[in-house]
Ligand binder design. Structure first.
Ligand SMILES: *[C@@H]1O[C@H](CO)[C@@H](O)[C@H](O)[C@H]1NC(C)=O
Ligand SMILES: *[C@@H]1O[C@H](CO)[C@@H](O)[C@H](O)[C@H]1NC(C)=O
Ligand SMILES: *[C@@H]1O[C@H](CO)[C@@H](O)[C@H](O)[C@H]1NC(C)=O
Ligand SMILES: *[C@@H]1O[C@H](CO)[C@@H](O)[C@H](O)[C@H]1NC(C)=O
Ligand SMILES: *[C@@H]1O[C@H](CO)[C@@H](O)[C@H](O)[C@H]1NC(C)=O
Ligand SMILES: *[C@@H]1O[C@H](CO)[C@@H](O)[C@H](O)[C@H]1NC(C)=O
Ligand SMILES: *[C@@H]1O[C@H](CO)[C@@H](O)[C@H](O)[C@H]1NC(C)=O
Ligand SMILES: *[C@@H]1O[C@H](CO)[C@@H](O)[C@H](O)[C@H]1NC(C)=O
Ligand SMILES: *[C@@H]1O[C@H](CO)[C@@H](O)[C@H](O)[C@H]1NC(C)=O
Length: 512
């Protein structure tokens, strides 16, 4: 009896050890926990308005340029007309966020839901919705982090004066921001004015494959209008001016009572040299300046990087003295959206061929295919190095990682171990960077739900929760990563054996 017991408990121990080994192999060493992050550091997840809200034509909302773009067939033929219907389901979703242990939530406000004409009268139903949503988050102890613009400019402003191409946007955007401060600022302290300004400009005005879909040959070939050589620069310029106008307003009229912060978001592509050849090393540095320095340099030094000014000449706008002063110091924090690292190889021929610098050595030197791959390679050192670069080159401005995550096919499986592996590795590199002095203050995984993706529509998703679009109820299903993140956030060992058992019960999604 005794012997038998000993034997079976020995076997049991062996089994446990085997499972643990497997977990360590699958998820990497669980060498950090929630409690290792500094006090005040917050963890959350996010989505943006058009990707999840749905109710696109309801209660007074008017179309944005993203609606137009999607209806023209660009998001894989899909649209956000219904999306995840968060507009109606926000209470259940906030409950799900709370169950997942989210400490903060990042979402965006649909400008054309709140102010259907882009300027002027507020839509009472839109106002009501965002008030309810924010109240619901707060009553569940979840800190709201709000983005004002996430690729969804009211179509009416695009039609009237070309949206972000025009200086007129500064006044309209500032007035929209003021409505948000007035109405929501008593409860919201973290404001991000503009999402991924650099990618908005490149995708929308250079390649032309994101809204509003402008470009010119040879850089983008399928646009009916645009100028890839000049417009991306004008758009970012106007975004920086609009942002700093909003910050000035906030600091003057709201900061003392609301005590919040106004930040700006960039797409943090990290570029490393393909080889140690000097030309590659220099090309990688230049590419980082074109992506990240483009935004960071004005915020810290009041001007664009000299390498950009040299390459773009008169095509890049100049800051007046007044504007430079306004922009410099206008970001309380940087929202960093990081997905991947690319390897940059110097290609002299492309510099000669193209008048445009982006075509010259950014586009040519890394493959866009890398960004469109099915899954991102797991290169956590890239995020670490990017955070080091921001710390060293740009004064260690406070940072919130606002997006980071792995995509998987929507029709794949709930057993998303590749997402867990990715998140575990990248969150670990954030901790490493913090330990070496980076002022990173928060981390938002992308994304909470599988929503409409800008390029992929509903073909792939980043969510912790799968949304069954064929189900009239649009039911949400947790992926394994949702359990994993919940365990991590609750301070539990996130690679415990129950997780594996859960994983073994999760089914593939048989949808085509
Ligand atoms: C978490 O569990 C794994 C597997 O059971 C174990 O190897 C690891 O040491 C644990 N980590 C912590 C921080 O307790
Ligand atoms: C341009 O549009 C055509 C026709 O829709 C399509 O076949 C082609 O792949 C597009 N080219 C690019 C670079 O997107
Ligand atoms: C883009 O604008 C520049 C500067 O105004 C001009 O030289 C160039 O011809 C324009 N390109 C196109 C495709 O319109
Ligand atoms: C560059 O040089 C370093 C140090 O000599 C070496 O470790 C690294 O592998 C080299 N990188 C490449 C891409 O050749
Ligand atoms: C965790 O372990 C990995 C691999 O051993 C290491 O690179 C990383 O620095 C560690 N991270 C932390 C936060 O200890
Ligand atoms: C840590 O930070 C210091 C100071 O900013 C820097 O010199 C050093 O290279 C960093 N170490 C690593 C391993 O990144
Ligand atoms: C292990 O994970 C499960 C599933 O999320 C959780 O319910 C359980 O509390 C965890 N156990 C420990 C010891 O952390
Ligand atoms: C889930 O993934 C793990 C790790 O890849 C694997 O061991 C397990 O069999 C998978 N479960 C199912 C149901 O496919
Ligand atoms: C999932 O979708 C992809 C892309 O649409 C398709 O290639 C693949 O065959 C689908 N897989 C399943 C299991 O339906």
């Amino acid at each position: 009896m005794m012997f038998q017991n000993m034997q079976s408990s020995f076997c049991f121990l062996l089994l446990v050890a085997a499972i643990q080994c497997l977990l360590v192999i699958v998820f990497g060493k669980d060498n950090y926990s929630r409690g290792d992050f500094p006090p005040g550091f917050i963890f959350g997840a996010g989505t943006s308005a058009y990707q999840v809200e749905g109710a696109a034509f309801e209660d007074g909302r008017t179309p944005s340029i993203w609606d137009t773009f999607a209806h023209a067939g660009f998001s894989g033929g899909a649209s956000g007309d219904i999306a995840c219907d968060l507009y109606r389901k926000y209470k259940d979703d906030v409950q799900l966020m709370a169950d997942t242990g989210l400490e903060a939530y990042r979402f965006s406000i649909s400008w054309s839901r709140l102010i259907p004409d882009g300027r002027g009268p507020i839509n009472p139903k839109g106002l009501q919705f965002y008030n309810n949503y924010i109240d619901e988050l707060i009553s569940h102890g979840i800190q709201p982090h709000v983005t004002l613009f996430h690729s969804d400019l009211p179509q009416t402003l695009e039609d009237e004066y070309g949206g972000w191409l025009s200086r007129k946007i500064v006044k309209d955007f500032t007035e929209y921001a003021e409505v948000c401060f007035k109405e929501f600022g008593d409860r919201v302290m973290y404001w991000t004015t503009i999402n991924e300004a650099n990618i908005y400009a490149l995708g929308g005005y250079d390649y032309g494959f994101t809204p509003p879909g402008r470009c010119s040959p040879p850089f983008g070939v399928n646009c009916s209008r645009g100028n890839s050589s000049t417009e991306p620069y004008m758009v970012v310029h106007n975004m920086l001016l609009a942002h700093s106008s909003v910050t000035k307003l906030y600091r003057r009229n709201y900061k003392s009572t609301q005590r919040g912060f106004v930040g700006f978001s960039i797409y943090g592509l990290w570029c490393v040299p393909y080889s140690n050849a000097t030309a590659d090393v220099v090309a990688a540095q230049r590419t980082n300046e074109f992506y990240t320095g483009w935004i960071m340099n004005p915020f810290i030094f009041g001007d664009y990087p000299s390498v950009m000014k040299k390459a773009a000449g008169t095509r890049i706008p100049t800051f007046t003295k007044y504007e430079a002063k306004l922009v410099k110091g206008s970001a309380d924090f940087i929202g960093l959206n990081h997905y991947t690292t690319v390897f940059v190889k110097y290609k002299p021929s492309s510099i000669e061929k193209h008048s445009r610098d982006f075509g010259a050595d950014v586009e040519a030197e890394y493959s866009l295919a890398a960004l469109k791959a099915d899954q991102y390679p797991v290169i956590p050192s890239g995020l670490y190095e990017l955070l080091e670069y921001l710390k060293e080159a740009y004064s260690n401005l406070p940072i919130y990682i606002q997006e980071n995550g792995q995509k998987t096919p929507r029709n794949g499986t709930l057993n998303d171990t590749s997402r867990i592996e990715y998140l575990h590795a990248y969150i670990g590199s954030v901790l490493d960077a913090i330990r070496n002095g980076s002022d990173t203050r928060g981390y938002f995984a992308w994304s909470f739900l599988d929503g409409l993706e800008l390029l992929a529509g509903y073909v792939s998703g980043y969510g912790f929760y799968y949304v069954d679009l064929d189900d009239k109820e649009l039911r949400r299903y947790p992926k394994l990563s949702a359990y994993w993140y919940a365990n991590f956030l609750k301070g539990k060992n996130s690679t415990n054996s129950t997780i594996l058992q859960v994983g073994n019960k999760l089914i593939p999604i048989n949808k085509s």
